[in-house]
Design a protein around this ligand. Structure first.
Ligand code: UD1
Length: 421
């Protein structure tokens, strides 16, 4: 097991490059490996544990995959297996993405119930409902989802659940619909930038998807999808994390490789808190000339404030003047990091899906634990701003979604060392 030793009190200064978007590359690689009939080449692929886990899942199904620098070569599957076993799928929830494409391509799939970050209950009823709308017969037995259909048939469906649209279900059903017979209309589709990127990728493979970036996706089924070459968009959440890292350390950083359109709500809230963002066509300069002000935030599906940035911005608000309130509406139990931040001197109270953050003047370093990916990110940011030393354990959560995080941050003035237990 590895830990990060973070020496606090550092000010970040310089350029931090943003890597490719994890949540885009996962479904894109699935589509390339299962739906495509030729080799696909993906550029701007981040080197992350989640990408390696997905690679193992896809190789287990029969694909041949090579990763060189940040380019992924995917040779689709000749003799496709239809089973994605528990041992692989439990490591990462996004493995569920193979379900729809396998049924579309093979007519059947057997996929273990997924694992993933410990951020509360994460049902998959919308994935199942969407496939049933397309005509698949789906059963759940002994921890496995079985789905089958001789040929999926396009239809109209509404794919929103009690917590709003689902990124995963939208991706799964959109992929399955590309090879279905006839036209599928998904209403209540997720509009996250990575969903749009997946749709654009599928279209370069020969799919026919309209309404990209909106909540109504129209997918006209085609007979075949070809291999293609594609550059994955940059990671909005990684960019948001670096913006917070710049602000929380009162630094002067340039976050390179992000557009304001990718992070509208994050930008809005960061600026409302008193941080300055100066955009140009390659990225954004982050400075914090005044004190950070307490603000209120409610997480929501895109274009709302992303749940995946809730922890990081909370870290920044711990050091703001006044009180901030965060309502977590997407993953309502996603507050495990508050206990760790309080151990560093923060003053946060959680009441159901609401966190009340009373700003404090300083945080102090402490031994802390990453409970999930974004919890790990906020603890790194808080550790850089705190006095003294923070020792972060369970770093493997962080490595699932941040490429060379300590290297990128050390390059701009952080003092973070990775040690093995
Ligand atoms: C994706 C992201 C994750 C992010 C989340 C919300 C990936 C690999 N992961 O996860 O980082 O936190 O979007 O932006 O892209 N829900 C149901 N039924 C379902 C599916 C979801 O009720 O069948 C609920 C979930 O419990 C949650 C909400 O809908 O409350 C949104 O979840 P969803 O968008 O599906 O999240 P993921 O795709 O798992």
């Amino acid at each position: 097991m590895e830990r990060l030793i973070i020496k606090g009190g550092t000010r970040l200064e310089g350029t931090i490059p943003v890597s490719g978007c994890k949540n885009a590359v996962l479904p894109i690689a699935v589509a390339a490996a299962i739906l495509g009939d030729g080799v696909s080449v993906l550029h701007n692929v981040p080197n992350l544990t989640d990408v390696r886990t997905l690679r193992a899942v896809l190789e287990g199904l029969g694909a041949t995959i090579k990763l060189k620098d940040s380019t992924l070569y995917i040779e689709p599957i000749n003799h496709l297996e239809y089973e994605a076993p528990y041992d692989l799928v439990r490591k990462m929830r996004a493995s569920i993405y193979v379900l729809g494409p396998l049924v579309a391509k093979l007519g059947k799939a057997k996929v273990s119930f997924p694992g993933g970050c410990a951020i509360g209950p994460r049902p998959i009823d919308l994935h199942i409902r969407g496939l049933e709308h397309l005509g698949a017969e789906v059963t759940v037995e002994k921890g496995y989802i079985y789905a089958q259909a001789e040929r999926l048939v396009g239809t109209e469906m509404y794919l929103t659940g009690q917590y709003g649209p689902s990124v995963g279900a939208t991706a799964n059903i959109m992929m399955a619909a590309t090879l279905s017979q006839g036209t599928t209309v998904i209403r209540g589709a997720a509009c996250e930038p990575h969903i749009s990127d997946l749709a654009r990728f599928l279209n370069t493979m020969g799919a026919d998807i309209e309404g990209i970036g909106t909540s109504v996706l129209t997918i006209r089924g085609v007979k075949q999808l070809r291999g293609t070459e594609y550059t994955v968009i940059s990671d909005d959440i990684e960019a948001g994390t670096f913006i917070v890292a710049g602000a929380i350390t009162r630094g002067d950083v340039y976050v390179k490789g992000i557009t304001p359109q990718q992070i509208p709500a994050i930008s809005e809230k960061i600026v409302e808190a008193g941080v300055e963002l100066d955009w140009d066509d390659k990225g954004v300069r982050v400075t914090t000339p005044r004190e950070i002000k307490g603000i209120d935030i409610s997480t929501a599906p895109f274009p709302g404030f992303p749940t995946d940035m809730q922890a990081q911005i909370m870290g920044m608000l711990c050091l703001a003047s006044g009180t901030s309130i965060i309502n977590e509406n997407v993953h309502t139990d996603r507050f495990i990091h508050t206990a760790e931040l309080n151990r560093m001197g923060a003053d946060i109270t959680v009441d159901g899906g609401k966190a009340i953050i009373n700003g404090v003047p300083n945080l102090s370093g402490a031994p802390v634990m990453a409970s999930d990916l974004r919890a790990g990110a906020v603890l790194v940011a808080a550790g850089m701003a705190a006095s003294g030393e923070t020792v972060l354990s369970r770093v493997y959560h962080l490595d699932r979604g941040y490429e060379s995080i300590e290297k990128k941050l050390n390059n701009v003035g952080a003092n973070i060392t990775r040690v093995k237990d």
